[in-house]
Structure formats: structure tokens, C-alpha cells
Design a binder for this molecule. Sequence first.
Ligand code: SF4
Length: 276
Amino acid sequence: MVTATTKAAKAVIKKGSSAKAKPAKAAAAKSAAAKPAAPKKAAAAKPAAPKKSAVPSKPERLEMFRRLAEYHSDAHCELDHRNAFELLCATVLSAQSTDVAVNKLTPALFERYPTAADMAKAKPEDIEALISRIGMYRQKTKSLLALAEGIVTNHGGEVPRTLEELTKLRGVGRKTANVVLGVAFGTPEGVVVDTHVQRISQRLGWTKNDEPITIEQDLCALLPKSEWDHASHVLIFHGRRVCKAIKPDCEACPVNDICPSAFDAELVGRKAGRAR
Ligand code: SF4
């Protein structure tokens, strides 16, 4: 008995035989066409490019800030101080040092030199002895003496209240000046961009820039002026407690559903390793 399957099989065989009977020219053409394509050149091995954050929309960025500010509701300047002069000195001392280390030595420093006038008259070796436990203490001693002298000579002993005047003091850059303006006077002229603010802003996709000044411009454009000082503390708290340079704790982060670097942040916003 010839089943349907047998019929179908025969039809396939017949079709195959007719293909074999094609003229030689056509067969050759087909054979050429059927030639396997030359293997593609293997893609050149590129060095892994640093991961770039996507850019979330402005409402998403503002939502991230709202949540981070809520999460770090106790965010504040962690340098101990009682007035603008002490904050200025503490901030100068904090360059390349931790706030904790600075807070350990400033009580003795400020007890001995409570005002700019007192510090301007100090002997360098006396200040050095008080701050020698932190890095670059000789350089920082020179800065403290010069800035105290500048405050006495040019500002009647009072810490000036503008970015322009502050940054004319020795050892006082834009970042230090904005710390003093924001924290001591409540009149920031920008956002403080330290290593934490830089890294977190890049990871959150708030900036594509690498330079503090352009990152600051991006942050100032994003946030209302009333938040400039607060924002830097929030981002610094987040950088110290959650979004650390190595092993950021994305699991615990309140913005892990909208952060473009979530669970993949290690290479974003970190300084390139030094060539050895
Ligand atoms: S989700 Fe991760 S990378 Fe993004 S801000 Fe939070 S801790 Fe940082």
C-alpha cells in the first residue's frame, strides 16, 4: 500500500533529481553563489572603554535628588567648627585628608589660635607641631599663616563673604570658598565638587563631564540655588556611606531603579589607575 508519507518522500526525491539535471552554467553560478562567505575579520580587540552613564531626563534626575535627600536627611558638613574662620582653616586642612583626621587636631589648633589675628602671628613650627598628623602639613601651615595674614591685612580680621575675595587667599580654591560660603554664610556661589560629588554625579548620569568646574555647572543648572549647598552634603554623604568608589552598595541604594549605573558602577566615575 502506498501511504501519504511514501508519496511525499517520493516527491522530495523527484525534486532533488530535477535540480541535479540543471544546465552546467546555472549549476556553476549557483555553486559560486553558494560559496561560503569569507570568514569575517575578527573584530580588533579594543581596550575596554570606561563605561559611560546614560543621561536620565531632568525629572528623573530631580527625583533621584529628592530620594537621596530624604535618605540622607541628616546630611551636613562633617568638619567641626564654630565660625567661618574655623571652617575655612578646617577645609584647607582637609585637602587629601579625611574629615575625621582633621577633626582630631583642630580643637587644639583653634584653642591656641582662635582668630585670624592670633594665627597670623603664629610661628610656623608651632602650627606644624599641631597639625603634623595629617598629610602635607608643612604646605598647609604656610597656607594657614598666609590666609590668616590676608584676612587681617585686607579684610579687617573677618573672613570675606564673596567667592572672588575668598579665592584670593592663599590655599583657598573654588571648592573651599564654596564650602565656607554655603555652610558658614548660607550664600553659596556654586556647588562644592569634591571627589564624592564628582563620582556620584557621573554615576547618576547628572553630568558627562570630568572636570570639577564643568560638573559644577551641570549641577547648578539642574538644581535650584537654594539646594546648592545642601546637594553637596547629600552627595558627599551618599558617596561615603552607600555609593563608595569601590563596591558601591547598589542593593541598599534608594535610587537603584532609576540610576543608570546601578549594579554596574565600579568603572563609572573613578579615577583611572596609575600606569606602573
Ligand atoms: S544605584 Fe548604585 S551606582 Fe547608582 S547611585 Fe546607587 S549605589 Fe551608586
